[in-house]
Write a protein that binds this ligand. Structure first.
Ligand code: GTP
Ligand code: MN
Ligand code: MN
Ligand code: MN
Ligand code: MN
Ligand code: MN
Length: 200
């Protein structure tokens, strides 16, 4: 399904989908800014976490909200199941909500959150993620997104974009990178243009 089929929905309009809606889902982009850390001359910018899912698609930690569960609480529960994030000191709140989309095919409201942590905390999360309940089953790995474009013009972020993203996870990544001022709209568009010229 192409991203254009997902409809952005404002909080005050959630109720309009109440009758048709089967479920809510919540996903979260965890990231840390990396102060001018270079790898082979390329600015790493930030550590943005995504995961390789059981189905071969790339997505964010999170999942389906259970009936009666608040979205934030369901997301905190899923982050515990999938990346072993301690629910007791998970700082996620509604203030971290960035955007929600309606999936007309799945009849799901997809809520997206963005949470900044320190580089030290991010490393701790990555190390703990290997011990999560769902590691090796639902989640095949947690990784950092390469955010630079290498001097050949395509390795790095444009190549990463050749992955298959679950649902509208790519649309969410784009929003997250803009929201956190990690990448500009122009930089993203340039990488997308290159990405479209690449083959497997
Ligand atoms: P189970 O625990 O096995 O039920 O899975 P889950 O609760 O972790 O659900 P999952 O994360 O697979 O997400 C459920 C719904 O959200 C499905 O419709 C997916 O297509 C969609 N989805 C999964 N990951 C993402 C993501 O990162 N972004 C978006 N937008 N949708 C996602
Ligand atoms: Mn090497
Ligand atoms: Mn899950
Ligand atoms: Mn999930
Ligand atoms: Mn679940
Ligand atoms: Mn599960």
């Amino acid at each position: 399904m192409s991203p254009s089929e997902f409809v952005e929905v404002k909080r005050e309009d959630f109720h309009k989908y109440e009758n048709e809606k089967k479920l809510d889902a919540g996903h979260c982009m965890l990231y840390a800014r990396l102060p001018s850390q270079k790898f082979e001359g390329y600015d790493l910018r930030a550590a943005v976490l995504m995961q390789m899912r059981f189905d071969g698609h790339v997505g964010f930690p999170g999942g389906l909200i259970e009936p009666g569960e608040e979205v934030v609480h369901g997301l905190i529960r899923e982050m515990h199941e999938e990346i072993n994030l301690n629910p007791e000191n998970n700082k996620l709140s509604e203030e971290n909500h960035v955007v929600s989309h309606w999936s007309p095919t799945e009849k799901i409201l997809l809520h997206f959150y963005v949470l900044e942590v320190t580089p030290e905390k991010l490393t701790e999360i990555e190390q703990g993620a290997l011990k999560s309940h769902d590691y090796g089953t639902e989640v095949m790995g947690t990784f950092r997104v390469p955010l630079y474009t290498m001097s050949d013009g395509h390795r790095g972020f444009p190549t990463f974009l050749r992955n298959s993203f679950v649902g509208n996870a790519y649309q969410q990544l784009r929003r997250g990178l803009l929201e956190a001022s990690i990448m500009s709209e122009e930089e993203i568009r340039a990488a997308e243009a290159v990405s479209r010229t690449l083959s497997l």
